[in-house]
Design a protein. Structure first.
Length: 356
C-alpha cells in the first residue's frame, strides 16, 4: 500500500505541520500497518510536482514533460491534508488553487483522493467558494476534524463521510514527567502585524501573563513551536529575545519528538500555536489555547475541552487564563481529552478503507 500525504511533512520548521504529517501516517498505519507513506509539501517538493505556480501546473497538465501524472499514478491513495487549516481562502486564493490543482491531478491519474481530517472553510470570496465546492465534490471521501467543519461542508453541497479529530491524537504519548511548571508558547506570527489579532495587544497579553504567573510563584519557560527559518512568522527570535528580557528559559526544540517531550514534562501549557496545545492534550498535559482563528474552538469543544481563550473576542484574556487555572482542575480534566479524540478515529478509518 503506497500512500501520498499532501501538504504535510516530517521536516517543516512548523512543528504543527510535522505533527500533521506524523499523525496522518499513524492514522494510515492503523488501517494498513505496513503502508509506505510519502510526504509532499511546498518546502520539500520533487521535480515531478511543479507546484511553484498555477501556470507551471497547467503547463505540466498539457505537456506532461515532468511526469507528474505518472508519478501520482504510482500511489494507491492520496490524503490531502491542506496543512490542516488551508482548505480556505484565508491564506490567499493562490495557495488554495495550487493545492486543489494537485488533488485534481491525482484524481485524473486514477488515484482515490481523500480530504483528510482538517478544518473546512471558511470560503469568503466567490472564487474561494467555487474552489471549495469543486474540491469537496471531487474528493472520494471528506473527513472533518470538527463538527463546525462538517456542518460547513454540508452547507456547501457535500456532507462529510466521517468526523474525526486532529491526527496528532494518533501519535504515541510519552509518560508525563512534571519536570517543568508552565510552558508558554509565544507565536512569531501574532507578535508581528498580522491579519488575525492586534499584534501590540498580543505582546501586552504575553508579557502580562508572564508577570501575573511568576508573581504567584509559577515558573514559566517560553516555547518556540515554529522553528527558525527565513519565514517571518517563526517563533525562535521572539522567544529568545523575550526570554532575555524576562529572565526566562527559552525552549527551542529540534524535532517533533523534542517538543512532545517538552510539553509532556510540563504541568501546564499555554499556547497560541494550536498544535502546541494539541501536542500537550494528546499526552494528558492540560493546555490553554490563546486562540486567534475559527479552527480552535470547534475542535476543542467537540473534545469537551473548555479551557480556551479567544484573543479576538475576550476583553481580558489574561484574567480569563488566570480564572481557568484557579477555578478548574485542569490536570484531571485533561486526562480524558485524548480518549475522546482517539475514539473518533473509527469513522475516519472506515472512510479510508471505503475508497480503496
Amino acid at each position: 500500500m503506497r500512500v501520498l500525504v499532501l501538504w504535510a511533512d516530517d521536516r517543516s520548521p512548523n512543528l504543527g505541520v510535522r505533527a500533521l504529517g506524523a499523525g496522518t501516517a499513524a492514522l494510515v498505519r492503523r488501517v494498513w500497518p505496513h503502508a509506505e507513506v510519502t510526504f509532499q509539501n511546498f518546502g520539500h517538493r520533487i521535480p515531478q510536482l511543479p507546484i511553484g505556480s498555477m501556470r507551471s501546473l497547467a503547463r505540466e497538465h498539457v505537456t506532461r514533460r515532468r511526469g507528474m501524472t505518472e508519478w501520482l499514478a504510482g500511489f494507491d491513495l492520496v490524503i490531502d491534508t491542506r496543512s490542516g487549516d488551508s482548505f480556505s481562502d484565508s491564506y490567499g486564493l493562490r495557495r488554495m488553487a495550487i493545492m486543489s490543482a494537485v488533488a485534481e491531478g491525482a484524481s485524473r491519474a486514477g488515484v482515490p483522493v481523500v480530504l483528510g481530517p482538517q478544518t473546512i472553510g471558511p470560503f469568503t470570496s466567490r472564487r474561494g467558494r467555487w474552489l471549495g465546492r469543486r474540491a469537496l465534490a471531487r474528493a472520494d471521501a471528506v473527513i472533518a476534524r470538527d463538527s463546525a467543519s462538517a456542518e460547513y461542508a454540508s452547507r456547501h453541497g457535500r456532507p462529510v463521510d466521517a468526523r474525526s479529530s486532529d491526527v496528532v491524537f494518533a501519535l504515541p504519548a510519552l509518560p508525563r514527567a512534571g519536570e517543568r511548571d508552565v510552558v508558554l508558547n509565544v507565536s512569531g506570527l501574532l507578535w508581528h502585524p498580522n491579519p488575525h489579532v492586534d499584534f501590540a495587544r498580543y505582546r501586552e497579553t504575553v508579557c502580562e501573563l508572564h508577570e501575573r504567573l511568576t508573581a504567584t510563584g509559577r515558573e514559566v519557560a517560553l516555547l518556540a513551536h515554529v522553528l527558525d527559518s527565513p519565514a517571518a512568522d517563526n517563533d525562535v527570535p521572539v522567544v529568545q529575545e523575550l526570554a532575555r528580557e524576562l529572565g526566562a528559559e527559552a525552549l527551542v526544540p529540534g524535532s517533533l519528538d523534542d517538543v512532545r517531550e517538552v510539553v509532556a514534562s510540563a504541568n501546564l501549557v499555554i499556547a497560541s500555536r494550536m498544535h502546541a496545545c494539541l501536542n500537550a492534550l494528546s499526552q494528558g498535559t492540560p493546555a490553554i489555547p490563546l486562540a486567534y482563528s475559527r479552527k480552535f474552538a470547534p475542535l476543542l469543544g467537540d473534545l469537551e475541552w473548555y479551557a480556551t481563550v479567544d484573543l479576538r473576542s475576550d476583553p481580558e484574556p489574561v484574567d480569563a487564563v488566570i480564572r481557568m487555572i484557579e477555578c478548574h482542575d485542569l490536570a484531571r480534566d485533561a486526562g480524558h481529552v485524548a480518549e475522546r479524540a482517539r475514539a473518533a478515529f473509527a469513522d475516519a478509518e472506515r472512510a479510508l478503507v471505503g475508497v480503496v
